[in-house]
Design a protein around this ligand. Sequence first.
Ligand code: 5GP
Length: 180
Amino acid sequence: MMNTIEVGDRKFEISITNERINERIKLIAAQINAEYEDKRPIFVGVLNGSFLFMADLLKEVNIPCEVAFMKVSSYKGTTSSGEMKEVFGLPENLKDRNLILVEDIVDTGFTLKYILEKVYLQQPASVRVCSLLFKPEAILSPIQELEYIGFEIPNEFVVGYGLDYDELGRNLKHIYRTIS
Ligand code: 5GP
């Protein structure tokens, strides 16, 4: 396995291997399988970053469920702009449904805050967030709904397994951190 790689003009080193990600996913899915057994949850993945996590997680979910994706404005470079654009593709049938929002990473929390405001307008029965990564030191808008977390990581920039650096690196199997 290559421990350091280049993405665009930056160097990265391995942080979380694909094997560790999949072990963690099995545990999260087991919890969701137990907690949502008779609830027919609808999983809503936030694109683009969640596409691999969503796919691997859903392969381990074995209860009746629905799957959808939505999109918000993209994240440019290595710092959060703080400004959001539009929400696209949010399902319109969320009333009285049990929603699980699936994210790649919660950084400041502003993206999710924005999404959650739109989601609650539809009066779902319940809303929880499942995020592969969480940066506790970076949170500015705490998310009560953040129930399932893959890994807590320090306040560093990561790439791979769905996460990009200027749109590159989403296809990497492992998660890499920037080398400072
Ligand atoms: P937040 O609104 O919580 O600050 O940021 C959430 C979004 O910012 C994520 O969905 C992701 O697209 C992006 N983001 C935050 N931190 C990182 C990071 O370390 N690496 C990458 N590639 N994207 C990040």
